[in-house]
Design a protein. Structure first.
Length: 320
């Protein structure tokens, strides 16, 4: 048996064992929360849920329009609808691999190469350019979330720390971590930036469009989360929605479990609890959100892979 598969199987078994052990210990406390969560979910307003799902579909379409804009600058004439199945296939792959986009991006690159004749280099550069531009609205949203975050009750900090001072600590800590990561991976990052620089004359034509579309995607994400909160009749402030949105991205990027299962849910529920929601309300919100972003998206992605022959491409990626 392959060592990589064996390690994954052992890790999955350990996580499953730990989960069963914890559930058995805290079962008496879990049951009332489950009952309360089911009570909240049973009162879900279907109209808001459908609108939230439509907002998700629209955001995927905007992803396709954004990618089409970049590829158009590189000389490829494609329609956004040509790229929607590829993106959904990538989402399905992401949901089955540790770390957000770890499996989806290679699939997208090879898929458009096989189906549309786009070179591997241009496909890679187009996706990299998308991500770099998308980092602008993500950074702005992250700064807002960190600056507005309530004071943390940490022992090594003064007890009477001011709200702004706590936010400053958080911002400085994040910038420090990002700086260290950039320094560690500076050689790889420099080579990636060089590939962007070499194609900058072509890519810059799509910069404004990609920036606006990226911002639109994140605005839609916030609207979707707000609609989920309305579906459950939960009092979510704009800040709470923004926090959930950025946390979903950060937690899903951790290379621990496929699709961030367990990590995303546990992290989101913990932070929402810290920000004032009850455990049942936080659990219901996260369940409904993941039902759309993980469950329904996986079903659509699976159908796209099956219908358009993406499974053969994915198998080739996994074999290499």
């Amino acid at each position: 048996m392959d060592k990589g598969i064996l390690k994954k199987a052992i890790l999955a078994l350990l996580l499953l064992t730990a989960g069963v052990f914890l559930i058995s210990i805290y079962w008496a406390d879990i049951v009332p929360v489950l009952r309360e969560s089911l009570k909240i979910l049973s009162k879900t307003k279907i109209s808001y849920f459908i609108l939230a799902f439509l907002a998700y579909l629209l955001s995927v379409y905007l992803f396709a329009v954004r990618w089409q804009q970049v590829l158009s600058c590189l000389g490829y004439d494609l329609k956004p609808t040509d790229l929607v199945p590829v993106i959904f296939g990538g989402i399905f792959a992401n949901n089955l691999t540790p770390a957000s986009r770890a499996g989806g991006e290679p699939l997208r690159i090879i898929w458009v190469n096989k189906q549309f004749g786009i070179s591997y280099t241009n496909a890679f550069v187009s996706i990299l350019f998308e991500r770099l531009v998308e980092a602008i609205p993500i950074t702005m949203l992250l700064i807002y979330v960190l600056y507005s975050f309530p004071s943390l009750d940490i022992k090594f900090l003064p007890v009477k720390i001011s709200f702004n001072l706590s936010s400053t600590y958080l911002l400085l800590l994040v910038f420090l971590v990002v700086g260290v990561i950039i320094w560690i991976f500076r050689k790889k990052l420099s080579s990636l930036l060089e590939s962007i620089y070499e194609n900058w004359r072509q890519l810059r034509k799509s910069f404004v469009a990609v920036l606006l579309l990226s911002s639109g995607v994140w605005i839609l994400d916030i609207i979707r989360l707000k609609l989920i909160a309305l579906a459950l009749n939960l009092p979510f402030s704009p800040y709470l929605i923004a926090t959930a949105s950025i946390l979903y991205l950060l937690l899903g990027s951790l290379p621990i479990t496929p699709g961030g299962l367990g990590i995303v849910e546990g992290g989101l529920i913990s932070v929402l609890r810290y920000l004032g929601l009850s455990l049942a309300s936080a659990s219901s919100f996260v369940f409904l959100e993941r039902f759309i972003s993980f469950g329904l998206s996986s079903v659509i992605g699976f159908l796209c892979l099956f219908y358009y022959g993406g499974f053969k491409i994915w198998k080739n990626i996994k074999s290499h």
